[in-house]
Design a binder for this molecule. Sequence first.
Ligand code: SF4
Ligand code: SF4
Length: 300
Amino acid sequence: MLRIRFHGRGGQGMKTASRILGSAAFRAGFCVQDSPVYGAERRGAPMAAFTRIDRVQIRERGAIVRPDLVVVADDTLLTDPAAQPLAGCDAESTVLVNSTRDEAALRQEVPAYTGRLLTADFTAVALATTHALASLSTALGVAAACLVGLSLADSLAGLDDELTESHMSMAQKEANRQLAQTVYAQASSWAPVREREDSRIAETAPLVEVTFDPPRLAGPSIYAVGNSPQRRTGNWRQFRPVLQVERCTRCWICFVRCPEAAISLDAQEYPVVDYDECKGCLLCVHECPTHAFTVEKEVR
Ligand code: SF4
Ligand code: SF4
């Protein structure tokens, strides 16, 4: 069995990437399982998705604790205590990171990790091909499919399965297919991920019987005063909105719509973005009627 774990932030499309991989493997004739896990639904917050691939029926369930391949949608997650993408990784694991930085720079951040670390700027490739950030899911799903040894034809078939359910235009779907081919060619230069010798061990474990728990267990109790002001969300940001003040009509729509209350108003009632809190969801960019925000990629 191959176990693949995707780590991303809400809105980066890692659930879809996991599904593209799962559909591609299914098309290739494998038994497949994929499932995401979220905390509280929140754009920008860390999330994970799990894909298992095997030649026989998969009886294992739940989170993947010892992954063969980990796909990380942005390098800020590498050291994020809420995400912990390297948890359970060992010398046999492969970690693929979407980043503008090279392997040596990333390894400085995670010195304890001894497995294979691959990196490429998939965001740049996706934007150059489709002009849509959402297509990162296509890029990372297909890169993972290539790394686990699936063919380009099966990868494209898996992608088509996902695109069929989307509301994309035909031109966008075709751009995603082109992106898939570009990424597949790039990922083909990497050696494929191998199954572990003991990859079937967990399969013999009995299925877990889920017992009834009282509903109160799911209702959190509050034991401390609110600490949300201490939780800076600015380091979630991959792209920053930058106000071009000459285009702003001071309609306040961005100020009202920002989900993090990261926009305040200055003395002249122009919006001001607090970059310590702005998580980079770009809702303000999409909502602004005069297109007064431009978007800049963060460079860390
Ligand atoms: S300022 Fe814009 S990009 Fe930042 S959190 Fe608010 S709406 Fe999102
Ligand atoms: S939505 Fe656009 S025009 Fe309106 S206040 Fe914000 S930046 Fe200015």
